[in-house]
Design a binder for this molecule. Structure first.
Ligand code: GRF
Length: 212
């Protein structure tokens, strides 16, 4: 997994992977930030971790190459990004073709990029959520797999909304990774296939206001 921050999605995946019968486990957690809280949390669970700092490389390509090599050394069947705050180069993606997933905190294609919670509140949307999608060169634009939807409630600020979205993220990311590990999910010709069928639209999971 690649993270830059807190790593709550990483923990959700790591914990799901430790349940008996899980089809996957988190084999390593890498970060571009040595101080990412999620790195320490992963290490505390006994998961191998590493930090690769962009500033130790002369340019972005060199960093991406080093990152790809460090990830490949763990022979992952899937690379899961969770709060990894860098755009991966085509060269990196080429090392793991169709095998990179990301989670973005909005109902894509709405609100790609930064600060989606604030933008949802400004737009007055009644609903918000998160999307697990395959990563392609298009920023937050790869084939979507599953979306978790939450209501926007009166009085919500960006922090309250982010908190609610995180709860649904922690449900849908292990779901998507589990599908991939079970051989049910794949990315082909820029499309997401679940159980052999092209997903015309991402699967939907709804979280009620009470978290149920
Ligand atoms: C999540 O909201 C995820 O959707 C986004 O970055 C955030 C990471 O949170 N890509 P965490 O580090 O997993 O807690």
């Amino acid at each position: 997994m690649l993270i830059s921050g807190r790593g709550s999605n990483m923990l959700a995946l790591a914990n799901a992977g430790r349940r008996p019968g899980s089809a996957f486990h988190v084999c390593a957690v890498l970060s571009d930030r040595p101080d990412a809280a999620g790195l320490a949390a992963a290490a505390a669970l006994g998961i191998p971790t590493a930090a690769i700092r962009p500033r130790d490389f002369p340019h972005r390509d060199a960093f991406d190459r080093a990152l790809a090599a460090a990830v490949a050394a763990h022979h992952p069947s899937l690379v899961a990004l969770a709060g990894f705050m860098r755009i991966l180069s085509p060269e990196f993606l080429g090392v793991f073709p169709g095998r990179v997933l990301n989670i973005h905190p909005s109902l894509l294609p709405k609100y790609p990029g930064l600060d989606p919670h604030r933008r949802v509140l400004e737009a007055g949307d009644a609903e918000h959520g998160a999307t697990v999608h395959f990563v392609t060169e298009a920023l937050d634009g790869g084939p979507p797999v599953v979306q978790g939807r939450v209501p926007v409630l009166p009085g919500d600020d960006a922090a309250a909304l982010a908190h609610r979205v995180h709860s649904v993220e922690h449900r849908i990311y292990p779901m998507a990774v589990g599908w991939h590990a079970a051989g049910r999910l794949e990315c082909r010709n820029q499309g997401a296939y679940l159980d052999g069928s092209l997903l015309a639209a991402p699967r939907q999971v709804r979280l009620d206001a009470d978290g149920g």
